[in-house]
Design a protein around this ligand. Sequence first.
Ligand code: SAH
Length: 382
Amino acid sequence: MSEATPLLDPDVSTMASWLDGRFEGGDGALASLAREVMLAEVGPNVHLRGLLEFSNRCRCDCFYCGIRRSNRSERDFTLTEDEIASVARHCLASGFGSMTLQSGERRDDAFVSFVERMIRRIKAETVTHDLPNGLGITLCVGEQSRETFARFFEAGAHRYLLRIETSDPDLFARLHPPKQSYDARVRALVDIKEIGYQLGTGVMIGIPGQDAGALARDVKFFRDIDADMIGMGPYIEADGTAAVEMNRRRLLPAGTAHERLRRSLRMIGVTRIALRDVNIAATTALQALSPTGREAGLAFGANVMMPIVTPGGMRRAYQLYDGKPCIDEEAEACTRCTARRVAFIGRPLSRNRWGDAPHAVGRDALRSRQPRSGRPAREVGV
Ligand code: SAH
C-alpha cells in the first residue's frame, strides 16, 4: 500500500461520493481497502469493552432518544455500587480488559461523586497480573463541566465517548432543544481532549436532512478534533415521546433500514481509510437493523465491539431506540455470543488488554513503546 495513493487521503467530495456508493469496484472494494488500512494501522484484533448502562436518568431532552427526560417513567433505575462492581468482575473474568460506563446525563453533585467513586472502586478491585492498572475505563456520561471531566480522569477513567451526533450545526439544532447547544458540545470535546483522555466521538447515520456531504464533513470533523475512537451507527426511531417529537418535527429517518445500514457500513469504511490508526466500534445499533450488522461493521474496518453487560432486568428501561437487540439477555449470554461472532468471521480477540488505539498511544512520548503501525494494539501499562 503506497502512501502516495490518493485513495488513502480522500477529500470531502471524494468521501461523499464513496458514501453514496460510488467507490470504484463497489462496496466490496471499499471494505477491502478499509480492512487493508486496518491491518496495517491497528492490526486484526477485535477489542471488547463490556458496555454497562448503569442509569437511565437523564437531564437532556434529545428529540430522538428513547431515554430523553420527557420519556421518564417509573422505570427509572440506577444500579447500586455493588451491582456495578459485580459487573466489573464479570468483565474482568471474561478477559475484556476494558469496560464502558454509560448512562443518561446528570450533573448534580450526588451523581458526579457516585461516578467518581465507582471509577476508583473498579480500578482498585480489578488489578491483576495482566492488568496492573486495573480494567481500562471508558466513560460515556454526557456533557460535563471541565472540572468534572478532570475529576473523572484523575479517578482513573482514561477514555471518554461523547458523540457530536452530527457536525452540522443546523442539523444539530433541529435534533435538540435550544438549551443543548452545538457549541457547548464541541467545547466539551475539546475539554476532554485537553485533559488527556483518549477522545471518542461519532454520529448517527440516516438522520433526516443528512446527505452524503454532511457525513463526509462528519469524517473531516473527527479528523480535525483529533478523535482517537469512533462510535457511530444508524439512526433508528425510538418509542414514546421521542417518536412523537420526531414525527411532529417531520424528522423521519432518512432512507429505509437497509439504506441506513449500507450507509453506516460505508461510513465505517471511509472513516477507517481517512483516520487510519483510530479505534472504530461496530455498534449495537448496526445489529438492530440486521442480525449480522456488527460482523459487517468489522468487515468494513471496525476493530472494537461492546457487548452489553447491563443486568437483564434493566435492559428494557434503557431502550435508546426501538428494536434494540439483546434486551432479554444476561451478560454471560452476550459475552459468549460476541466471542462466537468474532470467531465466526476469523478475527482474533484481544484478551486482558486495554486495547488503546495506536493513534492515542503514539501521541504520548511516555507511552511510545506502542508501535505506530503494523501490529495489533498492545497494553500500554501506564
Ligand atoms: N448520555 C450519554 C449516553 C447517550 S446514549 C451521552 O450523552 O453520551 C448513547 C448514544 O445513543 C447517543 O450518543 C446517540 O448517538 C445514540 N442514540 C440515541 N438515540 C438514538 C436513536 N434513536 N437511534 C440511534 N442512536 C441513538
